[in-house]
Write a protein that binds this ligand. Sequence first.
Ligand SMILES: Cc1ncc(COP(=O)(O)O)c(C=O)c1O
Length: 365
Amino acid sequence: MKIETLARKGILKITSYVPGKSIEEVQKEFGVKRWTKLASNENLLGPSPKAVHAIQKELSKIYLYPDGPCTILRKAIAERFAIPERMVIISNGADNLILMIANAFLNEGEEVLMADPTFSVYTNVTQIMGGKPIKVKLKEFTHDLESMLKKVNRKTKLVFICNPNNPTGTAVSLEAFNHFLSCLPKHLIVVLDEAYGEFAEGVFHPNGIDYIREREQVITLRTFSKVYGLAGLRIGYALGREDLVSCLYQVRDPFPVHRLAQVAAVGALNDEDHAIQSIQLVNEGKKYLYKELDRMGFFYVPSQANFIFVDFEIDSEEIFQALLREGIIVRPGRVWGYPTFARVTIGRMKDNRKFIKALKKIYGR
Ligand SMILES: Cc1ncc(COP(=O)(O)O)c(C=O)c1O
């Protein structure tokens, strides 16, 4: 029987997620080198030593199933934000929570509003559920909330606001976001994806935690992959009104987060110094990269995240290949409709210097 008949309606048309190239992939293609991966916005400071220690202690227990609801970690997160535990749900990465949100709330044919470009998983999960992605172009690299409002209708069910936005690194202003929320009808849910929230500077941007307390229709997403440096363990969480979160529990796998991830996340959450150091590293690297990019005359979007969206003035695939030859992996911008841009993760100073040295060599500037 043909696969078109076997597959669920629409499944074959889904645009699958294209991740940044992994070190293993480039090693296979280009041989063993000292690779510097600036393609996936990981924390190049590495994991918190407390997380590593917690994993070492837990290793011999991996024959036991993990604690399904992640009791200890959930309590720690709830205490951190001073909210009831029932407002917290943990799963194997914010990616998985995004799928769970679509699974729990999106009916076939309903619309999902998002920016263009933004984190592409929103489109994938919408298509998986038979929903319709409605994309609104960014304005000056930032969410155009006014134009997004105009696209809201009775079929709109979910609105994803990626704040700071991946790939541009911009954050919406507090004022614009509050106005946006106040104009929305009550039949839809706003998902505030704050995967990079810890890197956003100042009090001028919305903080999801303020909205789950006060407002009815906001779910906030956070991850241990970025500031906490645990991307390889796959663990993230969502916060929201109790009845919204209970819908997510309805579609949750029984044991989505393994034992090592749970204990490591508790360790990382209790290591405030490591989180602060990670943020400082990004801020210091950002300053250096801005200065060097300015000197070389490249346009970039000022970022509230741990990456910078840079215009390299030539096809992004060309700069991607040229940097690969220098042992550096970045994320080319063509997939986001910016063919001359690439997204570059801010690393340790030695990574940033290696990147700038490579640019000098490639461009002779
Ligand atoms: C905006 C955004 N949301 C969610 C995620 C997924 O995070 P996780 O690693 O927890 O699945 C990412 C990962 O890069 C991201 O950029």
